[in-house]
Design a protein around this ligand. Structure first.
Ligand SMILES: [Zn+2]
Length: 681
């Protein structure tokens, strides 16, 4: 299932902290994934000096012992836990397939259909033929809108994006949003970069489009010509799209206008027909996120011939469907997106791809089964205590900030107190009863799941924002902050070692999950989050002086990150990573203060030769132990707002005098920036 249109990286979140306990079958504590610990002395490489390079000291042993498996491009401790979680979901799905019940029938059928490789091979391109015929039947550009609405519903990312989003200026209401889309490469910059690697990737991309079009029925000659035209069309779209750094600024992507403004920007697309056919409720205003893109879109529609437009739609449809079609499609899709773009050597086993598909399509139905089996109420209680401690430490930090005036401090404290936490899983599970799942129709299931999700989102337009909703599924090994909801969210999947353990001591839990909680809280006060107020509204609550002080302090962080070489000649982007980098730095500071407050007066128990303070920083560092292919490192540096793992350790601890003190580092040590340290929160 694919929903191509992400609005500001936020789809939904909550004001209601979950309070209902899981079913009575929940175990007392989630069993630790085999062999994973929050702090593990055996991962250390003692030949490295922690004052010189904490990352390779804390992770050197792990890095040597964990080469990248052939079916992964990035293998870190997040991946380790994620693979354990996939194994658990695998067991749940196997059991459901063997013994379907009312509660698990849909996930069992979805998974079973995806797993039925023989059935999928036998059908070849047949399941896609009705959709391809629909594109073939397009007789004029006038009828394009209805077709685009249908393709969007089934998950093909063509021409632009459309969906629902909270109104940035009134985050209690959902409005319609429309923005840039329709590109097959990861970012608009990929269409224009002139370095040798990028030029080669574009040539590979064009060849991939040609091969997929040929698998879809074009002759090799035709397909080569068509691929060139598709790449030219996407390049024209990309020319008018904002880049990732520009899109991080909420004000740049907020233009609330009457719906007829779309007709003024792009008069050659039948917007009214599109909106009607999308099934969206009627509305008067919408957020036109990138008006310049829409002007470009209009030009693309008028300047491109009907046959080329149809070829482009055909390509995007084949691209969306490829993972659930027969082997030649799966292999071709992997050859470009897996091997060339990410450096992955082999496809993941089919069962794991199908677990991921089921998690994507029926995430809260599968997640409910996962939570019942693996997430206990005591983990939730302990995490609530951690969050309470972090909140108290954050308040103290805000009150004592030397660079912020009283008025802004008061608003910051209000925002902190209003920040809601959600732990584990949603209080109200999603109702999938209207989604039809067939045991013998993998691609149809995928299209119907996309249509169900697209419709579910469009139905929100004009409705109050549901603050109980989650945008990650319960088994996910991630956490998030939502600026439009001012809430922090921790799925059950991450509340396990190496991030959290009921048996680890405070130094370790505060260093690992504590720093993650602090990270998510700090997102409320990073360069993007600070523009939203306690209600999630885009509303400037800063005095001019305080804003200036903030800007100069984050500039320090941006400069540090921008100097770090990610891979070969590619440096990290200080501006793209600024929000995450601010959150990392703030999170580790606040979690440390919370841990010190919690453990005040406790005896300094040494474990494996490490003091509690040392274990705090080692637990922080060890969650980021990672191996990645050079291709994945390049992709991350160019498109991902998260800094590289090594920088998330060394770049952050070197800003903390508490780290240098814990390890008795000399004043000139690499991990001690001294006077040059950056500090925001
Ligand atoms: Zn983050």
């Amino acid at each position: 299932m694919r929903i191509a249109f992400a609005l500001l990286g936020v789809s939904a979140a909550a004001l209601i902290a979950c309070s209902s306990a899981p079913e009575a079958t929940a175990p007392a504590a989630a069993p630790a994934a085999a062999g994973l610990a929050v702090f593990d002395p055996s991962l250390i490489d003692a030949s490295v000096d922690p004052c010189h390079d904490l990352y390779h000291y804390a992770c050197g042993g792990w890095i040597k012992a964990n080469p990248i498996p052939p079916d992964q491009a990035v293998y870190g401790r997040f991946t380790e836990l994620n693979i354990h979680n996939r194994d658990k979901l695998h067991e749940i799905l196997d059991a459901a397939t063997a013994q379907p019940t009312e509660a698990n029938r849909k996930v069992a059928d979805y998974y079973g259909a995806c797993l039925d490789e023989a059935g999928i091979e036998a059908k070849g391109l047949d399941p896609l033929k009705p959709e391809l015929a629909r594109i073939d039947a397009l007789a004029s550009k006038k009828d394009l809108a209805a077709l685009v609405a249908h393709l969007h519903a089934i998950g093909a990312d063509v021409l632009f994006g459309f969906g629902a989003q909270p109104d940035f200026k009134d985050a209690t209401r959902n409005i319609a949003g429309q923005g840039a889309g329709g590109l097959g490469l990861p970012d608009r910059d990929y269409y224009f970069k002139t370095d040798a690697k990028s030029v080669q990737q574009r040539a590979d991309y064009e060849a991939h489009i040609a091969r997929l079009l040929a698998l879809g029925g074009a002759s090799p000659d035709q397909a080569a010509k068509q691929a060139k035209a598709v790449l030219a069309l996407e390049t024209a779209l990309a020319r008018h799209a904002l880049d990732r750094v520009q899109r991080r600024d909420p004000a740049t992507v907020y233009h609330k206008q009457p719906v007829h403004a779309l007709d003024r920007l792009a008069p050659h697309f039948a917007w009214a027909a599109y909106i009607k056919d999308s099934g969206a409720p009627s509305f008067a205003d919408l957020n036109i996120m990138e008006p310049e893109f829409d002007k470009g879109l209009d030009h693309v529609i008028t300047a491109t011939s009907l046959p080329v437009l149809k070829t482009y739609l055909r390509w995007q449809l084949l691209h969306a469907a490829a993972p659930l079609l027969s082997k030649p499609f799966v292999d071709e899709n992997f050859a470009f997106y897996g091997k060339i773009m990410r450096g992955t050597k082999e496809l993941e086993p089919r069962w794991r791809r199908c677990v991921n598909q089921t998690d994507g399509a029926l995430g809260e139905a599968l997640g409910k089964l996962y939570v019942e089996k693996y997430f206990g109420p005591d983990a939730k209680e302990r995490v609530e205590q951690l969050i309470g401690d972090l909140r108290a430490a954050y308040a103290k930090d805000l009150e004592a900030l030397p660079w912020m005036g009283e008025e802004t401090k008061k608003r910051a404290l209000e925002k902190l107190q209003a920040m809601v936490d959600k732990i584990g899983y949603p209080a109200k599970w999603r109702d999938y009863s209207s989604l039809e799942v067939k045991r013998d129709d993998a691609l149809g299931n995928d299209f119907r799941a996309s249509a169900f999700e697209t419709r579910r989102r469009l139905d929100k337009i004009g409705q109050p924002v549901d603050r109980g909703e989650w945008s990650q599924t319960p088994p996910t090994v991630k956490a998030y902050y939502s600026p439009l909801h001012n809430d922090i969210n921790f799925p059950a999947g991450i509340l396990q070692p190496p991030f959290f353990s009921m048996t680890a001591d405070d130094a370790e839990n505060y260093g690992s999950i504590g720093a993650i909680i602090g990270h998510e809280m700090t997102h409320g006060f990073d360069d993007k989050g600070r523009e939203f107020d306690k209600n999630g509204d885009l509303n400037d609550w800063w005095t001019a002086d305080d804003a200036k002080n903030f800007d100069s302090r984050v500039q320090c962080l941006s400069d540090q990150a921008g100097a770090f070489v990610a891979v070969d000649d590619v440096k990290q982007n200080g501006k793209l990573t600024l929000g995450e980098n601010t959150a990392d730095n703030g999170g580790l500071h606040i979690a440390y203060a919370a841990y010190k407050a919690r453990d005040a007066g406790q005896p300094e128990t040494t474990i494996a030769g490490h003091t509690p303070d040392q274990r705090y920083f080692l637990a922080y560092a060890q969650k980021w132990c990672t191996n990645m292919t050079p291709e994945a490192a390049r992709l991350q540096a160019l498109t991902n707002p998260h800094p590289m793992p090594e920088f998330r350790i060394n770049g952050v601890v070197s800003n903390m005098a508490e780290f240098a003190k814990a390890f008795n580092c000399p004043a000139d040590a690499a991990m001690s920036r001294g006077e040059k340290a950056c500090r925001v929160w």
